[in-house]
Design a protein around this ligand. Structure first.
Ligand code: HEM
Ligand SMILES: *[C@@H]1O[C@H](CO)[C@@H](O)[C@H](O)[C@H]1NC(C)=O
Ligand SMILES: *[C@@H]1O[C@H](CO)[C@@H](O)[C@H](O)[C@H]1NC(C)=O
Length: 508
């Protein structure tokens, strides 16, 4: 009797639940199938390289693939659909006309990469959209305006000299093979901390930020891994995976640093208010501006906004500069360009005991080398948007709303239809004459349009100041057995560091 009671009262609901789950699963499968059919139809005008039935093209990226990507872009001019698993595709573009069409529209940033940054970075300028993005952008950019930049140059020079002092202690008068990228990482961190947040960390001298650097590196590896592993796109699956768990732990290492930056900013604000000398400051840095906005109208600029923007500027201003300067030094280790830059810099700066914003503007050949380095090795490899309405490209082909379009900056900069011998380092590509001839959207290291890089002028100033002071004191030579190789990431990063021979130059 007992068992039949169970059967009638328990088995039926269990049975029903099972049927319900099956139906739900089936529904999900039908939805995914239809999604695939729709994508296949939408992307039909654009041929796609052969792909694995399950993984799609994601192995290309996982296996390290700039070279493979290069071969694909040669064979499929303008664009190709990049499949991530069977139900998801990104539309990769690397044609200047296509880039122009995309950047002339106000589509929001895509939901993939930018959303995956949320747990670590929050919602700042990089991944906000709409009126809130506009409000933050208008609020914060004055922190990088000309009068601020003029003061930044002196601070940058001071930080570069700290690094050069370390190099002199390590090298003495000998030719020394040194891993440079670790030094560059600390230099660019030191500069961003001082210029953007007004914080003296001494991170080049004492190792208080080593944990931060390690954790930031690992978290960007994980975010990148997630982007090109479609199974982890789902929040729940990712959260319960080992990588998701690790990202959660890394947050706990990274976030106290954000807290410290904000606290230091609040303290210095308070001290200044007590002394009544707020007027004396030559300029307001990004953190000052954000703290004022928080104090004045906490409704439209909250603590969370402040926190996100500090993370955003730290991320956007640090990893990018590290990649940019590392590759620049590598490219300048080619003797003929280095000597020509050094002559130009000597004629402008003399012994380099001081350096000003105006002088940076005079370094025309050095600037051409910097631009060419950012072409060959763009620190931000791509950016992406989600189409909010249908798009029609210049050749008449169209895509409907909802598609994720990824503009490959690397692909644009290596497009053989635009750049002759794209692999060759040739600064003369950026002579005035060639600049005038080139398509405006063929060269986009800082993107373009309303969502371009807010730190562009800051970044160029930092690269110029750093390279000028370095070349005045050291000669750089590449080590043929250790070529600089990139490792797949959101940002351009070296795989095994950068080894250069350094030799201190005799005083002039
Ligand atoms: C060589 C160095 C740099 C390069 C190549 C670079 C490149 C870029 C690119 C391509 C974008 C557009 C990203 C997108 O559309 O998703 C961007 C955005 C941004 N960059 Fe930079 N950047 C550099 C340095 C900096 C620095 C030093 C800062 C801060 C001081 C900075 C702050 C930002 C911010 C806040 C955004 C988001 C802007 C917005 O969407 O309104 N960047 N950068
Ligand atoms: C490292 O620098 C910080 C900030 O200037 C300082 O407070 C700390 O005492 C220094 N630590 C060491 C070990 O030098
Ligand atoms: C960053 O992570 C990569 C991959 O794990 C590793 O090879 C590299 O050495 C790390 N770099 C730093 C500065 O920790």
């Amino acid at each position: 009797m007992e068992s039949s009671w169970l059967e009638t009262h328990w088995a039926r609901p269990l049975h029903l639940a099972l049927v319900f789950c099956l139906a739900l699963g089936l529904l999900q499968a039908v939805k995914l199938y239809l999604q695939r059919q729709r994508l296949l139809r939408d992307l039909r005008p654009f041929p796609s390289p052969p792909s694995h039935w399950f993984y799609g093209h994601q192995k290309i990226i996982q296996n390290g693939g700039m070279e493979t990507l290069g071969e694909i872009t040669d064979k499929y001019p303008r664009a190709f659909p990049f499949w991530l698993g069977p139900f998801q595709a990104f539309f990769f573009i690397y044609d200047p006309d296509y880039a122009k069409t995309l950047l002339s529209r106000p589509d929001p940033k895509s939901n993939f990469l930018y959303k995956f940054m949320d747990p670590v970075v929050g919602k700042g300028l990089l991944n906000l959209n709409g009126p809130k993005w506009f409000q933050h952008r208008r609020l914060l950019t004055p922190g990088l305006h000309l009068n601020a930049l003029k003061s930044h140059v002196e601070i940058m020079a001071h930080s570069v000299n700290t690094m050069l002092g370390k190099w002199e202690r390590i090298c003495g008068t000998e030719d020394t093979l040194l891993e440079i990228s670790a030094h560059v990482t600390l230099l660019t961190l030191d500069i961003i901390m001082k210029c953007v947040f007004g914080l003296e960390t001494n991170c080049q001298i004492n190792s208080t930020y080593d944990h931060y650097i390690k954790a930031a590196n690992e978290s960007s590896n994980i975010i990148f891994y997630r982007l090109y592993n479609f199974l982890y796109h789902h929040d729940v699956i990712f959260k319960f995976s080992p990588k998701g768990h690790r990202l959660w732990q890394l947050r706990k290492i990274l976030h106290p640093y954000t807290g410290k930056i904000i606290q230091a900013g609040k303290n210095s604000r308070m001290n200044e208010n007590q002394q009544g000398n707020t007027q004396k400051r030559k300029y307001q840095n990004v953190l000052d501006i954000a703290l004022s906005a928080l104090a004045e109208n906490g409704d439209s600029f909250s603590d969370t906004d402040l926190w996100s923007e500090v993370n955003t500027f730290l991320l956007a201003g640090h990893e990018t500069m590290t990649g940019g300067l590392t590759w620049l030094l590598y490219h300048l280790a080619l003797p003929e360009h280095q000597e020509r830059c050094r002559e130009e810099i000597r004629s402008i700066l003399g012994d380099g005991s001081s350096i000003t914003w105006g002088q940076l503007g005079e370094m025309s050949y050095t600037t051409m080398c910097i631009k060419e380095s950012l072409r060959l090795a763009p620190p931000v490899l791509s950016f992406s948007r989600e189409l909010s309405k249908p798009i029609t490209f210049s050749d008449g082909r169209s895509l409907p709303a909802g598609i994720t379009v990824v503009c490959s900056i690397w692909g644009l900069h290596h497009n053989p239809a635009i750049w002759e011998n794209p692999q060759v380092f040739d600064p003369l590509r950026f002579s005035q004459e060639n600049n005038d001839k080139r398509h405006c959207y063929a060269y986009l290291p800082f993107s373009a349009g309303p969502r371009n890089c807010v730190g562009q002028q800051f970044a160029m100033a930092e690269l110029k100041a750093a390279v000028a002071l370095i070349l005045l004191r050291f000669s750089l030579t590449a080590e043929p057995t250790r070529p600089l190789v990139s490792r797949p990431n959101i940002f351009l990063k070296p795989k095994n560091g950068l080894y250069l021979h350094l030799k201190k130059l005799a005083c002039q």
